[in-house]
Write a protein that binds this ligand. Structure first.
Ligand SMILES: Nc1ncnc2c1ncn2[C@@H]1O[C@H](COP(=O)(O)OP(=O)(O)OP(=O)(O)O)[C@@H](O)[C@H]1O
Ligand SMILES: [Mg+2]
Length: 615
């Protein structure tokens, strides 16, 4: 069974969260083919599973044949009571053996399916997370983090449950139905047609309801995604929420998401609960028809009673798989949606590609050039940078200044190739950064982000993150340089103190110091500091600057800062205004020019206590 799914596009009733508009969903058939591909590395388990499914189905067919044989040959041979108890006992023992085989293969198939399935799930999650690590920031800008997490956790889990607990029953159900149908036709065509007439009726039932069920189950997947996104956001923003006493509004929003999830689940349950009883009604109709037609044939002498009994048992045996198929169908749908979601992540095009013949840099001198660079973050947005041209020599100290939103962070985003420019090129040592291996591009450069992020782990690990080869001594030396050592030594476990998730046991300024140490331990040829010292006190800043003074001597440095004292260290100042590079030069040159920088200087820096160098 294959239905072309059109799950994409904006959805109604999912609140603020609009599902990925990326590549269109795939048909069930494509999804199953991909699943088979995924299980390739577990061929042996899959083979055992297939074999046990085949034996299981065959034994389901064989039992009733033995029954017919027992009735017609031993219980009522030729329509009269028989007397061969030994012969009957042999059949009974054979029947028991078959039951044993049925029981055993049922367990074996589930076991191997679960083993292969767990591998597939493991691999899907691995691929999805690996892809997420490669995707550009653009991808994440357009999606709530909670939704992405939901795809990799909830959606995969739904799929996992289906694969582990229900898929074998679906598969063996199908093969049982096919096996029983073949044998029925082989024995009595007329009776087979009557017995199997319920199958198209059941198929029709499923077909009529599947649209409804699919819709409902897809809504549940989406609403759980929206719910996760909402919870993630609530937790992340808890401080702001509390500080503005906005808990009620936030709760209301959450309640709305939660209620929507409830409604969609109830809706889905309603449709799936409808299917089972309907299937049962059709089933009993089938049994009645078989008895009626079978009896008529027996009256005319065309059939032995044992065969009718066998047909009755087969029909009963059909009941379970058919019921399972109808019952698990919604779960199957749900699982396919889950699979589709995670595959959409795995399939997401990597917009920042490393070209196959990318250049590997052993050494970087630190010459940086922007050639007619323009970028806008989103279609329709104004340019964040427009036609920026600048050529920076190795070992220059460049300060980038400009108002909030002028494009300073964007400038360094391009240098690190977090984004590719829409027009123009960014060059490092004369090579377009698009032609460089990511590894070599980022290995020689380090950035201290405007909003540094610390991982949960020890202080030591967080600093060493900049260079995994750094020894403990390297880390401690750098920490001393930036004035962090005193603080760390005061911590309960010193360098082994764990930084808690979201780094709430460390102040924002200390976080910046750790981030600076992390950048310095990498010993980069190009160092970028994006407001790196904005949160530390002037005293600490002086300490850091002394450390940096030493560090500046053999590398190219970009400093984004508002404080005059920081900007003073620059050999060149770039002034950005609404994404354009409007002025460049030294502090004194720019003051003499009396343009944008002079104005900025007068407004922002004039009250600074730092003396001017010429004074
Ligand atoms: N991820 C993004 N998606 C969409 N627009 C963005 C994104 N990041 C920045 N922008 C926009 O690009 C422009 C430049 O932003 P940028 O972060 O470079 O400014 P900035 O000079 O670093 O400002 P600040 O001093 O406040 O850090 C702004 O108008 C901003 O709204
Ligand atoms: Mg910025």
């Amino acid at each position: 069974m294959s239905w072309q799914g059109g799950f994409g596009g904006p959805q109604s009733g999912t609140g603020a969260y609009i599902e990925d508009q990326g590549p269109k969903s795939q048909s069930d058939w494509t999804l199953i083919r991909r699943l088979v591909k995924y299980s390739r590395e577990r061929k042996r388990e899959v083979a055992y599973m297939v074999a046990s499914v085949a034996i299981f189905s065959a034994s389901g067919v064989l039992g009733p044949i033995l029954t017919a044989y027992a009735i017609d040959e031993y219980i009522f041979p030729g329509g009269r009571p028989g007397d061969d108890v030994t012969g009957l006992s042999v059949i009974v023992i054979a029947y028991m053996l078959i039951s044993l085989v049925t029981y055993a293969t049922e367990n074996i198939q589930t076991y191997y399916m679960a083993t292969a399935g767990q591998y597939v799930v493991y691999k899907l999650r691995k691929d999805a997370v690996e892809k997420l690590e490669k995707l550009s920031l653009r991808y994440f800008n357009n999606r709530p983090i909670g939704a992405i997490i939901s795809h990799v956790t909830n959606d995969v889990e739904v799929f996992n449950n289906f694969l582990t607990f229900q898929s074998t029953q679906l598969i063996s159900g199908f093969t049982s139905i096919i096996g029983i149908a073949i044998v029925m036709f082989f024995i009595n065509v007329e009776l087979a047609i009557v017995a199997l007439s319920i199958v198209p009726m059941l198929a029709l039932l499923i077909y009529l309801l599947h649209g409804r069920m699919k819709e409902a189950w897809m809504s549940t997947r989406r609403s759980v995604g929206a719910l996760t996104a909402k919870v993630a956001e609530s937790v992340a923003g808890i401080k702001v929420t509390q500080s503005f006493a906005a808990e009620e509004a936030d709760e209301a929003e959450f309640a709305e998401s939660n209620r929507r999830n409830l409604t969609t689940n109830v809706e889905a349950a309603k449709w799936s609960s409808f299917v089972g009883p309907m299937a049962q009604v059709i089933q009993s109709f089938g049994i009645f028809a078989v008895f009626y037609v079978g009896a008529t044939i027996i009256y005319s002498g065309g059939l032995e009673i044992g065969i009718l009994a066998a047909f009755y048992i087969w029909l009963n045996n059909l009941f379970r798989p058919v019921q399972q198929i109808t019952q698990f169908y919604p779960q199957y749908q749900s699982a396919m949606v889950g699979l589709d979601r995670v595959l959409q992540i795995i399939d997401a095009p990597v917009d920042l590609n490393e070209s196959p013949d990318a250049i590997e840099f052993a050494e970087v001198r630190g010459e940086v050039e922007f050639r007619h660079v323009s970028l806008r973050y989103k279609e329709g947005d104004p340019n964040a940078l427009t036609d920026v041209n600048v050529h920076i020599q190795p070992r220059e100290i460049v300060a980038i200044v400009g108002q909030t939103g002028a494009g300073k962070s964007t400038f360094v985003n391009l240098l690190f190739r977090f984004y590719d420019p829409d027009e123009g090129a960014v060059l490092l040592d004369g090579h377009d950064v698009r032609d460089l291996k990511f590894q070599s591009l980022r290995k020689h450069m380090a950035i201290v982000l405007q909003d540094p992020f610390l991982f949960s782990g020890s202080v030591m690990e967080n600093i060493r993150y900049g260079n995994l080869d750094a020894t403990d001594e390297d880390v401690i030396r750098v920490a001393k340089d930036v004035g962090l050592d005193d603080f760390i030594m005061g911590l309960p476990q010193k360098y082994d103190t764990l930084i808690r998730e979201s780094a709430n046991n460390i102040s924002t300024g200390q976080k910046q110091l750790v981030a600076i140490a992390r950048a310095l331990v990498a010993n980069p040829n190009v160092l970028v500091l994006d407001e790196a010292t904005s949160k530390v006190d002037p005293f600490t800043e002086v300490l850091i600057q002394r450390a940096l003074d030493k560090a500046f001597s053999d590398r190219t440095t970009f400093i984004i800062a508002h404080r005059l004292s920081t900007i003073r260290m620059a050999t060149r100042i770039l002034v950005l205004d609404h994404g354009r590079l409007v002025e460049e030069g030294s502090h004194d040159e720019l003051l003499r020019k009396d343009g944008v920088y002079a104005k900025l200087y007068r407004i922002q820096f004039q009250n600074s206590v730092a003396p001017r160098p010429s004074e």
